[in-house]
Design a protein around this ligand. Sequence first.
Ligand code: BGC
Length: 364
Amino acid sequence: MAAASPMRFPSDLLVERSLQIILENQAPTGAFIASPNFPTYAFCWFRDSSYIAYALDLHGKNEASARFHAWTASAINRRADIVQRALQKAAAGEPLTDADVLHTRYTLDGEENTTTAWENFQLDGFGTWLWALAEHQRITAQPLPDEWLQAARITADYIEGLWRHPCYDCWEEFREKIHPHTLAAIYGGLKAYGDLTGDQRDATTSAIRSFILENGQVDGRWQKFLGNSQVDASLLALSTPYRLVTPDDQIMRRTAEKIEADLCLGGVKRYATDTYYGGGQWILLAAWLGWYWCEVGEKEKALQLRQWIEAQANENGWLPEQVPVGLNEEAMYAPWVQKWGSIANPLLWSHAEYLILCKFIQDK
Ligand code: BGC
């Protein structure tokens, strides 16, 4: 029998389902598991969860968002000594090892995972957390608890002190490279922290901005990492949301057009040579591109991307991490399935970006 053609979930239903899926998968501690059905992702990532918290805030689920921020603040405050040590080593020009840095993912109880090796040295998620925390405050208009502000200061010190260090990118790859996306997340995080507390880190944010403007471009658009001229869909974040430049900035616009031309087949790939599960089309990046298009008034394009996402939901309303159609490298699909199992589904971050897109479409 031929497989049934995919049914498209109507937006209001998928918005409801997405909120349910996220809330059902929030641990009592406040942490969000990246994906409940994919053992490698049975952890809480600052990056994924900060977007999840933002999506919840946009949709009025502020208490759940607050529980995540409380979890994060506690995880960071308990590691103030690690931050101190990292900053001292960095200032002394000593190399940073995995034991010297904050991890990128934690167990749902806020502990380090020591059973499996991971690409822990990633700075973007901390900037994203500061940004999401400031958004939480802006949306709820409530003062933040002192412990959260203390954690925010520790986080700001950490990313401010380490921003010049190459680290893994948001896809947990290319440890030795400098990634404009990571720097923009640090920039956006420090700016948000300044707005939130009045503790502006202007010298650093100006230095980061000048550095990216001088070194992060090729052919008048942003590049994946210094010395690699391809685009990466995560570059959308330079404007949306981190505002290193405005969405209608010409460099940004050319970058988005290049992402659309090189990486969008309906959904959006991470980058043209990605081979993770063969390099398929990511739900969260389709939503991100749609979010960007909303910001520059291209609502039709945003609606098309939303429609594509809605056609990818399975009968439970789950959105996967990626859809393995039109792969960059077919031969790399099976080895990943063998290594880690089927593609993560549902992925909470996919649902979060979908929720963000829906809100932006609605508000335009
Ligand atoms: C992605 C990360 C993400 C993690 C958890 C990884 O495969 O590259 O960006 O944070 O999965 O979803």
